[in-house]
Design a protein around this ligand. Structure first.
Ligand code: TNX
Length: 773
């Protein structure tokens, strides 16, 4: 017995040793994000052990080395050392070389030596970050791990970023995030080779930075009445004496700690001190800053339009701002200082005596020019301190300040204009860079601002716009993701919105454009997800979520339902009508043809087992499916849905009004007629609608159904009135009209539009799927 046990142990040992010897790396083992500029895999490998040393010659090299040393300490308990004399073997050496591009690095592993060459700290840091990604993913573990061979392949990498501004903006005003979370985020930015953290420190709903000269900014401005239990846009305006308990702020010591930590991770922190609007928190603290000077409370949620803005007439406003900025400049070494500048409603400026006098004195002809005066004046101040003013693209309106850099958010237009005028720009168009948008089918995602920006869309981002001249392109510093936090109440939710989209963004900003390859990226994402897991990041798995689309086959009146998720090569399997998702599920290879009401259940499979969220949807077949629809009033050009098949294609519009399934009418009523081809018996018509009052989508105020045998004489069979009601959420509703069974060939449906909101704005009606039974 003893001998047998010994043989088993011995053979296991031999097996595991030979297994280790046999580790041969192939291209697919290299899963670095963002993808390096050039990479050549060699033969053989380098193995870290407890005697591995880091040979460094200056502090920036040692600081970079320390990041990996700390990792090995956590996962293995090793105390790896930096040394200043050349070791014999098994070491990582750092070399400073002037001819390497800024932030770039070379990494060479051969002959049991790893060499990292760079010309500044960021270069060394990124060499180390690449090493982290070459090592087994367990290097990211937050606790000790066992039995890992810390091996990387022999490799030759030459790498450098495409853009110098690779940023993320965190809105810490709408919801406050702790200092520790900010530091964690900085760490993760460095992991993705991102180098800029833009902190949105000021907004209506909270002032988040201690200013010694103006203590009320944080005593009052940092707190609001807690209405976190209500939807953002459904929160009432608090009265002045209500207790404000939600909020927080960073002390100046906190800021110093954040900035120092960021420096150790090669990240520049750009502070944003909003002006002249988005400052209700400041006006609540010091009412004299506004034109009216009347006391206001810090709003607990949505505020639109923003009228309590800084007075542009009073000198005291500029004194205040210069004093605030003096403290901010002391704390942040950043070359760029962000002053916001967005979304100022200038109603009060138009009425204010001080502002009118200013306009007269300065020869300004419009409120836009007054805003331009405001920003230009701040720009003079900021540049007198040797810094550069950056602002949202509204700072273009009324004339751009001479030294200003523009952050283009309302699409790329601002970036085009500013670069044309010879100004530097950072591109952050909402379409690709707004991480407060949805990243998967809306009904499967937590509530978000709106819009749809899945990871694949982010991956298509390019800060250089096709129509830019070479000269304009020179002015593009790079790009940035913005995470506005109206709908992001917690840190873990913030992680969910950032990862993995930031990985896609990092590749668009770092790697050569010609190497962009979604398929290849999606393979690499799988190992990134493992890394995120070890890093305890609450990343979104939305890229796995299955969604459906449908096409009507006019000839057969059948529906072809297609299933997809974001990964191009994935194993989707499905079952029909209540069967269970097991090993007998059908592998999805082509659209599923539907001729009757059908439930499709589907899942991604891995190793023959379902993984992730299950997709389940019932497609209600009905008598009008695939039939001809004639529009008596045409849908709006911006919401065409699936054109003439939209209303009878079985696929229902979701709560995301951008999902491509809705047809909409602005101010107009809807009227259409469905031709059922022949007279058939019907007794039920239901009309799908949505209400989302934020973007002015209202339920129809009336729905009516009429029938006809000849398409000429119609008879009403029912009508539903639905008077206007105020509501803050997004609701889907079917208006169902039931009547005595009768024969008809033509079904006419009318929907009345509310036309005007109580505030006088135009209204939409959104309609999808007219079900005839
Ligand atoms: C517009 S982007 C804003 C923010 C909101 C954001 C929501 C910009 C400069 N201003 O105040 O949070 O939309 O997506």
């Amino acid at each position: 017995m003893k001998l047998r046990a010994l043989i088993i142990v011995l053979s296991l040992l031999i097996f595991s040793c030979s297994n280790k010897e046999a580790k041969v790396f192939t291209e697919t083992d290299i899963q670095i994000i963002p993808k390096p500029e050039r990479l050549k895999l060699g033969e053989g490998h380098f193995e870290f052990n407890k005697n591995t040393v880091f040979f460094t010659t200056d502090v920036s090299q040692s600081a970079a080395a320390q990041i990996l040393i700390d990792k090995f300490k956590t996962v293995q308990g090793w105390d790896l050392k930096t040394v200043e004399t050349l070791p014999k073997s098994n070491y990582i050496q750092f070399k400073t070389s002037e001819d390497i591009k800024k932030e770039g690095y070379k990494l060479l592993a051969e002959n049991n030596i790893i060499t990292i060459e760079a010309n500044n700290f960021n270069g060394f840091l990124y060499g180390i970050e690449t090493l982290r990604q070459l090592l087994p993913v367990e290097i990211e573990s937050q606790v000790k791990v066992e039995s890992i061979d810390w091996v990387i392949p022999n490799i030759d990498i030459v790498d450098a970023p495409r853009f110098k501004w690779r940023g993320l903006m965190l809105d810490v005003s709408r919801h406050f995030f702790q200092k520790e979370y900010i530091k964690k985020t900085i760490d993760r930015l460095a992991y993705h080779k991102m180098n800029t953290l833009h902190l949105h420190l000021v907004d209506d709903q909270g002032w988040r930075i201690e200013i010694k000269e103006y203590p009320k900014l944080t005593q009052i401005g940092a707190y609001r009445v807690d209405q976190e239990d209500k939807p953002w846009d459904g929160r009432y305006t608090p009265s002045l004496d209500e207790k404000a308990t939600y909020g927080g702020f960073y002390t100046q010591d906190d800021i110093k700690e954040i900035v120092a930590y960021a420096e150790s991770r090669g990240v520049n922190v750009v502070p944003e001190i909003e002006m002249p609007a988005h400052v209700t928190s400041a006006v609540a603290s010091y009412p004299e800053l506004s034109c009216l000077g009347k006391p206001v409370s810090v709003p607990s949620g949505g505020l639109w339009p923003i009228t309590d803005i800084y007075c542009a007439g009073k000198e005291s406003t500029f004194e205040f701002l210069e004093n605030v900025l003096n403290e901010v400049l002391e704390l942040f070494p950043s070359k760029y200082i962000h002053v916001g500048g967005d979304e100022a409603t200038k109603t009060n400026w138009k009425a204010c005596a001080h502002c009118k006098k200013r306009m007269k004195d300065e020869n300004l002809n419009s409120p836009e020019e007054l805003q331009s005066y405001f920003i230009k004046r701040m720009e003079r101040f900021i540049s007198s301190k040797g810094r550069v003013l950056i602002g949202w693209d509204e700072i273009l309106e009324g004339g751009l300040a001479p030294g200003a850099t523009v952050m283009s958010w309302r699409g790329v237009k601002g970036g085009l204009e500013a670069s044309e005028q010879g100004h530097d720009v950072v591109m952050t168009p909402g379409t690709h860079c707004y991480f407060d948008h949805y990243q998967g089918p809306m009904n499967t995602e937590p509530l978000a601002w709106g819009g749809n920006t899945p990871v694949s869309k982010v991956y298509e981002f390019d800060p250089i716009v096709d129509s830019m001249s070479d000269e304009q392109a020179q002015h593009v510093l790079g790009g940035q993701a913005n995470l506005w936090s109206e709908y992001v109440p917690t840190e873990s939710h913030s992680e969910y919105m950032i990862y993995p989209r930031i990985a896609a963004l990092s590749e668009t900003l770092w790697s050569p454009k010609k190497d962009r390859d979604w398929l290849d990226f999606s393979y690499r994402m799988e190992s990134l997800f493992k890394s995120y897991k070890y890093q305890n990041i609450n990343y979104a798995k939305s890229a796995y979520t299955i969604s459906s689309d449908a096409k009507v086959n006019d000839a057969t009146n059948t529906i072809n339902v297609s299933l997809k998720n974001e990964f191009p090569v994935s194993d989707i399997r499905y079952v029909l009508n209540g069967a269970s998702l097991d090993s007998t599920a059908i592998a999805y290879s082509k659209p599923i043809e539907i001729k009757a009401t059908t439930t499709i259940k589907a899942s991604l499979y891995k190793d023959n087992k379902p993984v992730g969220k299950v997709f389940e949807k019932t497609f209600n077949y009905h008598k009008a499916v695939g039939k001809k629809v004639v529009y008596n009033t045409k849908y709006h050009n911006s919401y065409k849905g699936k054109e003439s098949t939209n209303m009878v294609n079985i696929i229902r519009g979701t709560k995301n009004f951008h999902d491509g399934q809705w047809q909409a009418w602005l101010v107009n009523d809807m009227e259409l007629t469905i031709d059922l081809d022949e007279e058939i018996e019907i007794q039920d018509v239901s009309v799908g609608t949505m209400e989302h009052q934020g973007p002015s989508i209202y339920f129809p105020t009336q729905i009516e159904v009429l029938l006809s045998k000849d398409g000429k004489a119609f008879k009403s069979v029912g009508k539903i009135d639905r008077p206007y009601k105020n509501n803050a959420s997004i609701i889907l509703k079917d208006f169902n009209i039931h009547f005595d069974p009768q024969k008809a060939r033509f079904v006419k449906v009318k929907a009345k539009n509310l036309k005007k909101t109580d505030k006088g704005g135009d209204t939409w009606i959104f309609i999808d799927e007219i079900v005839v039974r």
